[in-house]
Design a protein around this ligand. Sequence first.
Ligand SMILES: C[S@@+](CC[C@H](N)C(=O)[O-])C[C@H]1O[C@@H](n2cnc3c(N)ncnc32)[C@H](O)[C@@H]1O
Length: 176
Amino acid sequence: MLERHDQTRLNGIGGRWTLSSGLGRRSVEVSDAGDRGISDVDLDRANAARMYDFFLGGAQNFAVDRERAEQVIAENPYIVEALRELRDFLRRVVKYCVDAGVDQFLDLGSGIPTVGNVHEIARRYNPTARVTYVDNEAVAVAHSREMLRGVQGVTITAADLRDTATVLSAPGVNGP
Ligand SMILES: C[S@@+](CC[C@H](N)C(=O)[O-])C[C@H]1O[C@@H](n2cnc3c(N)ncnc32)[C@H](O)[C@@H]1O
């Protein structure tokens, strides 16, 4: 669940938010500055990252996301199973890459953190693996920032993945 403390600031994502999740209830400050290409939090419009969280069984979604997701499920009842399989595939791919010697990951469109993130999987097999997450969705970025606070070698950058200059200069891409 996500609550914004300052209800007067409806444009941009900057401000103080409360995130309630399986990780607990935390207050986080989200900055507008430096968040290039990030989308606004629009509570009236369904959002792909939050719908994805709903499909995976997460709690970081709003009524508008659930309503739209239910419409999608009605059209395609297999979507939930398919997306959960996709998530399992991601886990297998990361393990395969680590086993092959890959120790740095750039996750474009990393989404809202759910159990079994890329860095958790990678570091299970190589504790020194580095991961750079990139997403342009405000909620996904806010959750990632909070989750990664104090975690060395893992970063989250708010950017549009098509903005290659920003992506390739993101913290962690060219060095620790
Ligand atoms: C379906 S989720 C995937 C989450 C995770 N990568 C996984 O495989 O489980 C897609 C993510 O891509 C992000 N996304 C979509 N378009 C993007 C863009 N142009 N730049 C950055 N992120 C984007 C969305 O915000 C969303 O969080």
